[in-house]
Design a protein around this ligand. Structure first.
Ligand SMILES: Cc1ncc(COP(=O)(O)OP(=O)(O)O)c(N)n1
Ligand code: 3NM
Length: 531
C-alpha cells in the first residue's frame, strides 16, 4: 500500500480532557473534519493502553470515512494495533529508526522540532514531516520548550530549509506544520510572519489542540480556520509583476480596483482619532466604501463579520484604550480582514511607543502606514524623539528611506507605507517611490490619516495582491489631490478640500476613470526603487 498523501493544512491534535462537557471525542473530531480538518493526531497523554487502542479504532472508522489520515501521538504499539496511517514522535519517544522499522515504509512518521539541534537530528532521519513549535506559550502542553514567537519560527524554518538531509534538499521540501497556542486570531500572523522571503520555505499548515477541541462548535471553528488559511495562499509577496503584465495594464488595473470598491462597497471600520473622524468618513464614502466608527468592544465580532477592513489609527488614543486597539486588531485578524495600522505620533511619548509595540507584537497588521519618524519607531529606532505627530525626518537620502520601508516590511512580512513629500511603499521585496501628490495636502488636517481609509477599502477588495491595492489607493488619492489643486480657482485649503472629495468621488465612476490616466506606465509616477 502506498504511503497516504499528506495534507497538513489544518492538523487537529486531540486532547479529550479539553472537550466541552457532554461531548465525545469521536463526535467532536467528525464535526471538525466536516469543517475542514485535513489530518488528525490522537494524542491522549493519560489514557490507559487498552482504552487508547479502542478509542483509536473508533476514531479510525470515522477518519477513514472522510479519507483523512489518523496518526497516533508517541505510541507505536497503539498505531500498530489500530492499523492507522502513522505516528507523531518527539524526543522522549521511540527513536525514528525504530519507529520506521516497526511501522514500515508505508506509514507517515512526523517528528517534533523546537530548535536548531532538533532540526538537524530530524533532518538526519528524513522523516515525512515536522511539527515546529511551540510558536506561543500554551497550557495544553505543560513544560513545553520556550515559545519561538513568529520571528523565532521563521528563523528556525529558514535554518531547516538549509539542511540537506538524506535527499540533499530535504530541509527545503519537508512539509512543516506549526504548533502551540495557535487560534483564529493569530493563525494568519503565524502563516505570514513565518514565511521566508521569496516564499523559499513556508508552513504547510497549522496544528491545533485547544482552539478546536475546547470549542462548542468545532465545525464552524474549522471552517473559519480554513477560510483564514485560504487567505494566506494569497501571500504578502504575491508577485505584482504577474498582475501588471505590461505598462498599459498598470493604469487599467488601478482603475478596475477603484470601480470594484464602488461596486462592492466594503465596510471600513475606523478606530481613529477624534481630529479626523469626519474627514476620514467622507473620504471613505467618496471612494464608494462604507465607513463605520466604533470603539465598543462588544461590537468588534459583528463588525468584523462584514468582511471589510479596519483602520487602526493611534492618533488620540489613551492608556485605557490600549487593550481595545489590540482587541480590534485581533478581531479583524480572526475574520481575515485587512488591518491598516497608523501609529500616529508613535515616537512622541512612551504611551504611544508602548501601544505601538503592543499592537505590532501581538496582532498582524497587513499594512503599517506612517511618516518617517513613526516608521523608524516601529522599527525600534530608539533615537527618534518625535515632536508631536509631525515627522522628525532624519534623512534626506531617498535610498535610505526606501531601505527603511523595505527593512520593516521584511521583518513584519507585510506592506509598509512611509508618507512624506515622496511616499515609499514596500512589501519587503519590491520597493516603490510615489511622488505624485500635491503640497497643499500637507495643509489640511486628516489627509494623512484618511489615506489609510482608501488603502483599507482598496485592500479589502483586492486581497490577491495587497501591494498592488496599496499602490492603486495612493495613486488614486494623489491623482484626486493633484487634480483638485489644479482645478480650483483660488488655491486654498478650504476650496481644495471640497474639490478633492469631488475628484475622489468622480474617480470611482467607471466612465470617468476611463478618461483618466493616473499612472501611464511604471516609472512615470510610480517608480520601482532598486534597494
Ligand atoms: C504536529 C505535532 N507537532 C508537535 C507535537 C509535539 O509532540 P511531542 O514532542 O511528542 O510532545 P507531546 O505531544 O508528546 O507532548 C505534536 N504532538 N504534534
Ligand atoms: C502538543 C503540543 N506540542 C507542542 C510543541 O511545541 O511541540 S505545543 C503543543 C500543544 C498545542 O496545543 P494548543 O493548540 O492548545 O496550544
Amino acid at each position: 500500500m502506498p504511503k497516504p498523501s499528506l495534507d497538513l493544512t489544518l492538523y487537529l491534535v486531540t486532547n479529550s480532557e479539553l472537550l466541552p462537557a457532554g461531548r465525545t471525542l469521536v463526535q467532536h473530531v467528525e464535526e471538525a473534519i466536516r469543517g475542514g480538518v485535513t489530518i488528525v493526531q490522537l494524542r491522549e497523554k493519560t489514557m490507559a493502553t487498552r482504552a487508547f487502542i479502542s478509542l483509536g479504532r473508533e476514531l479510525h472508522n470515522v477518519t477513514q470515512k472522510y479519507g483523512v489520515p489518523l496518526l497516533i501521538n508517541d505510541r507505536i504499539d497503539v498505531a500498530l494495533a489500530v492499523g492507522c496511517e502513522g505516528v507523531h514522535i518527539g524526543w522522549e519517544d521511540a527513536e525514528y529508526a525504530d519507529a520506521r522499522r516497526l511501522l514500515g515504509n508505508d506509514k507517515i512518521i512526523g517528528v517534533s522540532v523546537s530548535n536548531n539541534d532538533q532540526a538537524e537530528e530530524a533532518a538526519a532521519t528524513g522523516c515525512d514531516y515536522i511539527g515546529v513549535g511551540p510558536v506561543f506559550a500554551t497550557s495544553t502542553k505543560p513544560n513545553h520548550n520556550p515559545a519561538l514567537g513568529t520571528p523565532g519560527l521563521r528563523n528556525l524554518l529558514e535554518f531547516i530549509s538549509t539542511l540537506p538531509g538524506p535527499t540533499g534538499n530535504w530541509g527545503l521540501k519537508v512539509p512543516s506544520v506549526a504548533i502551540g497556542g495557535i487560534n483564529l486570531d493569530n493563525v494568519q500572523r503565524v502563516m505570514y510572519q513565518s514565511e521566508s522571503l521569496g516564499r523559499k520555505k513556508s508552513l504547510s499548515g497549522v496544528a491545533v489542540v485547544s482552539a478546536i477541541i475546547a470549542s462548542l462548535t468545532p465545525e464552524d471553528v474549522c471552517k473559519s480556520f480554513v477560510k483564514l488559511l485560504e487567505y494566506c495562499e494569497n501571500p504578502v509577496f504575491a508577485p505584482w509583476q504577474l498582475q501588471i503584465a505590461n505598462a498599459s495594464d498598470f493604469n487599467d488595473l488601478f482603475k478596475k480596483i477603484a470601480t470594484k470598491v464602488a461596486t462592492k462597497k466594503p465596510i471600513v471600520h475606523h478606530v481613529t482619532n477624534n481630529v479626523v473622524k469626519n474627514f476620514s468618513a467622507n473620504v471613505t464614502l467618496a471612494v464608494g466604501a462604507s465607513p463605520i466608527m466604533s470603539e465598543d468592544l462588544s461590537e468588534l465580532p459583528e463588525l468584523a463579520a462584514f468582511n471589510g477592513a479596519m483602520v487602526l489609527n493611534m492618533g488620540t488614543s489613551t492608556k485605557a484604550q490600549q487593550g481595545f486597539l489590540l482587541a480590534a486588531a485581533k478581531a479583524s485578524n480572526a475574520a481575515g480582514n485587512p488591518v491598516v495600522f497608523d501609529p500616529v505620533g508613535a515616537g512622541a511619548t512612551s504611551l504611544r511607543r508602548e501601544s505601538t509595540a503592543l499592537i505590532v507584537g501581538n496582532a498582524y497588521c497587513d499594512i503599517i502606514k506612517g511618516n518617517e519618524s513613526e516608521i523608524r519607531t516601529v522599527l525600534g529606532d530608539d533615537v527618534i524623539q518625535q515632536r508631536g505627530v509631525d515627522s522628525t525626518s532624519t534623512t534626506d537620502d531617498p535610498l535610505e528611506k526606501a531601505r527603511l520601508v523595505k527593512q520593516l516590511a521584511r521583518r513584519e512580512r507585510n506592506i509598509i507605507v512611509m508618507t512624506g513629500k515622496v511616499d515609499y511603499v514596500s512589501d519587503g521585496e519590491s520597493t516603490f517611490e510615489l511622488s505624485d501628490g500635491h503640497e497643499i495636502q500637507g495643509g489640511v488636517t486628516g489627509t494623512g490619516c484618511s489615506l489609510g481609509s482608501i488603502i483599507a477599502a482598496y485592500v479589502s477588495i483586492h486581497r490577491e495582491c495587497k501591494l498592488v491595492a496599496v499602490l492603486a489607493a495612493i495613486s488614486a488619492y494623489n491623482a484626486a489631490a493633484r487634480e483638485a489643486a489644479e482645478g480650483v480657482k483660488i488655491l486654498g485649503p478650504g476650496a481644495w478640500m471640497t474639490a478633492f472629495l469631488d475628484r475622489l468621488y468622480e474617480l470611482r465612476t467607471a466612465d470617468k476613470v476611463e478618461e483618466e490616466t493616473w499612472v501611464r506606465k511604471l516609472g512615470e509616477r510610480v517608480k520601482l526603487v532598486d534597494v
